[in-house]
Design a protein around this ligand. Structure first.
Ligand code: HEC
Ligand code: HEC
Length: 331
């Protein structure tokens, strides 16, 4: 107890001193104090799932994350909700608990939340249904279904392992720094052949597991891949995820294999709609232009940059323009 108070005083002191002459220096001290909390990874312990009805729902929710298609896929044993055989864990790895992999451990704490895509406040259940519909081309789960209740129970349970301020290492995907040139699908294709074909296939088709209930290597495009309305289709968003997670056999936790520029080029190739088809290509979101992520490449925009530049970059001029106008760029 004493230690905490002393640490608090020491941390507060320089902020007070610096704040009196330079407020931005004060802010950076606060930030570095925060980032020290982000230095530790968090693991969950499934043996601590309670032995009661709530625990049963948590267990089913975790199973649904790991074997989504087996339970609710096109041939699902508990309902045919999804249009493809991907599992949630293909993107939210380790059932949403892997650092830097679209980690879901704070989601239960962070919803209801304003979402720019719909320009309204969504509940966590509605947000789950967005992923059922876009990456999985599925029908929304009824809000009172055992499956939706199980997803929410599981998210609540994993949220008990994280600090309430959501600051822990890998809570967000890795950051990408932007090169001065645009991302290139042509360079990306070469890199894809070298780094991705061995698992995801030359046509991005992936590879089914033995009983075909899901994938050993999930598809990246085609009829069974995620839809263009899924955020994986945005090049910056995908590059941030690739950096922390792919190639699957080369990345170790927190140690990327691809450079930032390579991750952007590969994401540009994977998401090049002139060569790769996807289900439901005509979805247009983000009715509020100021909430539109800069790499969501459908006009109208809050600026005069082209759809091409919004999609492939260079992104820095767009980010600078937004900042100059006092708007917060989303990506
Ligand atoms: C193809 C990849 C992909 C698959 C498969 C996928 N998701 Fe997502 N999911 C995403 C991306 C990308 C985001 C983040 C979007 C953003 O940052 O705006 C996301 C966000 C979410 C969020 C919101 C997290 C937060 O805290 O804001 C939830 C909850 C979620 N997904 C649940 C699921 C569930 C449940 C499944 C399985 C039914 C699933 N997802 C399958 C890509 C995927
Ligand atoms: C050694 C095999 C392997 C290699 C190489 C590999 N991946 Fe993956 N990839 C996987 C596996 C396995 C998953 C699913 C992870 C899980 O379920 O935990 C995955 C998931 C994905 C996903 C999210 C799910 C989906 O299908 O949309 C994307 C995107 C992806 N990989 C892109 C790539 C790209 C791009 C490369 C090359 C830079 C690459 N991967 C290299 C095995 C691989």
């Amino acid at each position: 107890m004493k230690k905490i108070i002393i640490a608090g005083l020491i941390a507060a002191l320089p902020i007070l001193v610096l704040n009196s002459c330079n407020s931005s220096a004060g802010k950076s001290i606060t930030e570095s104090a925060e980032s020290s909390k982000e230095e530790s990874y968090i693991t969950i312990d499934t043996s601590k799932i309670p032995d009661d009805q709530f625990g049963e729902s948590v267990r089913y929710g975790r199973e649904l994350m790991l074997r989504t298609s087996y339970y609710i896929g096109p041939n699902g044993i508990n309902g045919k909700h999804l249009g493809n055989k991907m599992n949630c864990t293909n993107c939210h790895q380790d059932a949403g608990t892997k650092p830097f992999s679209l980690n879901l451990m704070s989601s239960h704490d962070n919803y209801p939340q304003y979402r720019g895509r719909e320009d309204k406040v969504l509940t966590l259940a509605e947000r789950v249904n967005n992923c059922i519909m876009r990456p999985h081309s599925g029908k929304p789960l009824p809000l009172d279904s055992d499956e939706m209740v199980a997803f929410l129970s599981y998210f609540k349970w994993i949220s008990t392992f994280v600090p309430k301020d959501s600051l822990f290492k890998g809570a967000k995907n890795m950051e990408i720094s932007f090169p001065d040139i645009a991302a290139s699908p042509a360079r990306g294709k070469v890199l894809y052949t070298e780094n991705c074909v061995r698992c995801h296939g030359i046509d991005g088709e992936g590879k089914y597991n033995d009983d075909k209930s899901g994938y050993t290597y999930p598809p990246l495009w085609g009829n069974y891949g995620y839809q263009p309305g899924s955020s994986m289709h945005r090049i910056i968003k995908q590059a941030q995820w690739l950096k922390g997670n792919m190639p699957f056999d080369k990345v170790t936790l927190g140690k990327p294999y691809l450079t930032d520029a390579q991750a952007l080029d590969i994401a540009a190739y994977v998401n090049d709609d002139s060569v790769h088809s996807r289900p439901n290509p005509k979805t247009f979101d983000y009715p509020n232009k100021k909430g539109k992520p800069i790499d969501y490449a459908h006009a109208p925009f809050n600026d005069t940059f082209s759809e091409e530049q919004h999609k492939y970059g260079p992104y820095k001029p767009i980010i600078d323009f937004w900042k100059k106008n006092g708007w917060k760029p989303v990506y």
